[in-house]
Design a binder for this molecule. Structure first.
Ligand SMILES: Cc1cc2nc3c(=O)[nH]c(=O)nc-3n(C[C@H](O)[C@H](O)[C@H](O)COP(=O)(O)OP(=O)(O)OC[C@H]3O[C@@H](n4cnc5c(N)ncnc54)[C@H](O)[C@@H]3O)c2cc1C
Length: 331
């Protein structure tokens, strides 16, 4: 069975690897070049259940817990080259009572999270001198290097026989009757038994000509990359009241932020200020890059991971947060 996967972001790469692994004939068509400049490449890479809603969306929360656990299986399958680290995460809010409530809610929902004493906080985050009166540690949280992860998945898929073609933007889906039988690209026509749209916020542009609604909204967020003047050693991912941050293996920092109507420059400045307050030993921080990318959030609120009802041979694979959910989200 021949399957075309449209898009080689994290979702398309995971899917291509999974499909190739079960012996399908996979063709990935990616509009960009191998060093992709997509949402995946500008993502924080925090694998967590922490910011899922344990109270209002019980099924979604459980799915997320299972998805985080499933990362261990993927890591075991892919071996030492898989760019994931179990860092844990330290979180706190301005109001200690809110931190406590937060811990209790996640504990009640079955997530490993513990309140930490001042000495443990200092052991975990020695470079944060302003110790909050209430903080929590999530030992199972992980940091994934998203761009490297997508590339590794594509190369493993290729090793299993998949074809990955870059610079092959899909211009339209080819339809005969109620069946999608292939796609058109600038390089020509590709036929397949199934076409899976794993192109994030671009799914709508291929679905609309078929009279279908766009099922994905773009939700913008910023990723700020920074370098500190003095070396910092930040083990866990940190989610403090004004900023969230993690350190990459090369020592640079990544911080994700919502836009709140701010310019890129303003987001960069605010992030620097918040991080310099948190880590005074940094000796000052320099913004290397601020990038805004549109997270593909499904309108239904559910991961899109199945056939499109009105056209045979057409599937969707798009979701947010994709790095957490995609390895587990099988159709
Ligand atoms: C600042 C920020 C922080 C984030 N932090 C996290 C996090 O900590 N944890 C987490 O799980 N998620 C996080 N996310 C979300 C996560 O990055 C996305 O959910 C995920 O990367 C989506 O992957 P994707 O493959 O669907 O989309 P993309 O990465 O956008 O990939 C889609 C691909 O499709 C290609 N494409 C588009 N149109 C076509 C076409 N017509 N033909 C062929 N190819 C096409 C594009 O070139 C692109 O490469 C974050 C996002 C942002 C912006």
């Amino acid at each position: 069975m021949k399957v075309i996967v449209v898009g080689a972001g994290f979702c398309g790469s995971v899917l291509a690897y999974r499909l190739a692994r079960v012996g399908l004939d996979v063709q990935v068509l990616e509009a960009g070049v191998p060093e992709l400049d997509n949402v995946t490449a500008h993502s924080m890479g925090w694998i967590n259940v922490f910011n899922a809603n344990a109270l209002d969306d019980v099924a979604g929360y459980r799915f997320r817990q299972d998805a985080v656990r499933d990362h261990a299986r993927l890591a075991a399958e892919l071996g030492a080259a898989w760019p994931i680290r179990k860092t844990g995460a330290v979180v706190w809010q301005d109001d200690p009572a809110q931190t406590q409530t937060f811990v209790e809610q996640h504990q009640a929902a079955g997530t490993r999270i513990e309140r930490i004493a001042e000495a443990d906080f200092t052991r975990l985050l020695p470079s944060v001198p302003a110790v909050p009166s209430e903080a929590a540690f999530l030992p199972d949280d992980m940091a994934l290097e998203p761009g490297e992860a997508a590339r590794l998945l594509c190369s493993r898929a290729e090793g299993l026989g998949a074809q990955i073609t870059y610079g092959a933007g899909v211009q339209k889906l080819v339809v005969s009757g109620d069946r999608v039988s292939g796609v058109e690209t600038a390089n020509g026509h590709y036929s397949a038994d199934a076409v899976v749209l794993a192109c994030g916020t671009a799914c709508g542009s291929l679905l609309r000509p078929l009279g279908l609604e766009d099922p994905v909204d773009g939700s913008p967020a910023a990723l700020v990359r920074l370098r500190s003047n003095h070396p910092l050693n930040i083990g866990p991912i940190v989610c403090a009241p004004r900023v969230e941050v993690r350190q990459r293996p090369d020592g640079t920092l990544m911080s994700a932020a919502s836009l709140k109507g701010r310019s890129d420059a303003r987001i960069g400045r605010d992030t620097v200020r918040a991080l310099e307050d948190l880590f005074p030993a940094s000796g000052g921080l320099e913004v290397l890059e601020t990038r805004i990318a549109n997270r593909p959030v499904s309108r239904s609120g559910e991961p899109l991971k199945g056939p499109v009802a009105s056209f045979r041979g057409l599937w969707l694979f798009a979701m947010h947060p994709g790095l957490i959910l995609a390895p587990y989200a099988r159709a």
